[in-house]
Design a protein around this ligand. Structure first.
Ligand code: NAP
Length: 304
């Protein structure tokens, strides 16, 4: 089968598509033929070596956590799935950017027919992270939350989950995507110099803050008078360590149950996962190149 591999840290050029043996399924595992697999900035940071201290790579390394596909085979002990079934899931083994992936059955949930393959394949990291961040800041109906990076993979989902919780959402995004935010019931605020003043103009009082960007947003949130426990950053771990704010991300939201809930919302038309682009597996470098350049609304997905 074809799979993405890189054998050293580096730029887009270290990403190769090579032939490797199709994985064998072990006890409790399902072999999934991948129909779509999202890409995420964290994978680019791992590939470049930026996260070596926290998440070292061993070479040759595969990549990819997000996946959706069909059940091709099942190992011993798997119950609740059937050959050919459509599933959504995730792997912790950097392995989904491939034609097939062996996945723990516990990390899979059935894909509702109403959820398109590209959305299903891009759901896990962004969805689980958005879910965890929104849960972390404990929104009550009628409260106001700011989401920084409101039209990226994580932010675009967090905005909608916060709206579903009954919150007023101020979304910080680039000018080109403010219309998308407003269309989802958010108040759009453009990022850049003076952003704190624009937040104050948009909302008299802010109860909670979700930071998906870094760049000093935790300080902005504290200066707005928000309680540290109601600030969640998925990027600024130094701020989380020193300022008492939360850092709940994908690990806190990672479960098949959360994926099932998110997929259910998509199927019911209550959650949109914007798909900015689809690339064949052979164009994995181009896909990450697009992510690097920024300006992406929602998710980029590989189609093996
Ligand atoms: N801790 C965790 O578990 C976890 C999980 C998932 C992701 N992450 C991290 O969280 C970050 C976001 O992930 P993602 O998948 O959502 O990335 P993404 O899809 O690239 O989205 C990032 C968004 O931030 C916006 N942005 C850039 N500069 C900004 C600024 N100064 N103010 C406000 N918004 C700004 C971008 O807008 P434009 O492109 O339009 O300029 C883009 O919409 C990444 O660093 C990722 O590694 C952490």
């Amino acid at each position: 089968m074809k799979a993405v591999r890189f054998s050293e840290y580096g730029g887009l050029d270290v990403l190769k598509i090579i032939d490797v043996p199709t994985p064998e399924v072990g006890l409790g595992q399902v072999l999934v033929q991948v129909k779509a697999a999202g890409i995420n900035p964290g994978e680019a940071k791992i590939r470049s070596g930026l996260l070596h201290a926290r998440f070292p790579a061993t070479f040759p390394s595969g990549e990819g956590s997000d996946l959706a596909g069909t059940v091709a085979a099942m190992g011993r002990g798997v119950v609740g799935f059937a050959a050919g079934q459509s599933v959504i899931g995730y792997t912790d083994n950097r392995a989904s950017h491939a034609e097939y992936v062996a996945v723990e059955a516990d990390n899979l949930t059935p894909k509702p027919a109403e959820v398109p393959w590209d959305v299903a394949g891009g759901l896990f990291v962004a969805g689980a992270t958005a879910f965890a961040a929104v849960r972390a800041v404990s929104l009550a109906a009628g409260e106001t939350v700011v989401v920084a990076g409101a039209t990226g993979g994580v932010g675009s989902i967090a905005v909608q989950l916060a709206r579903l919780a009954g919150a007023t959402v101020v979304g910080i995004a680039s000018h080109r995507h403010l219309g998308w935010l407003q269309g989802r019931g958010g108040i759009g605020v453009e990022y850049g110099d003076g952003v704190a003043d624009r937040i104050r103009q948009a909302a008299r009082h802010v109860d909670a803050f979700i930071d998906t960007v870094g760049s000093g947003y935790v300080r902005v949130a504290l200066d707005l008078g928000i309680e540290p426990t109601r600030i969640d950053t998925i990027v600024d771990f130094a701020a989380a360590a020193t300022l008492g704010v939360q850092a709940k991300g994908s690990a806190a939201g990672a479960s098949a149950a959360v994926l099932a809930d998110l997929a259910g919302l998509v199927a019911a038309g209550q959650l949109e996962v914007p798909i900015a682009a689809r690339f064949p597996l052979s164009e994995v470098s181009q896909a990450y190149g697009m992510l690097d350049r920024g300006g992406v609304l929602g998710k980029i997905v590989l189609i093996p």
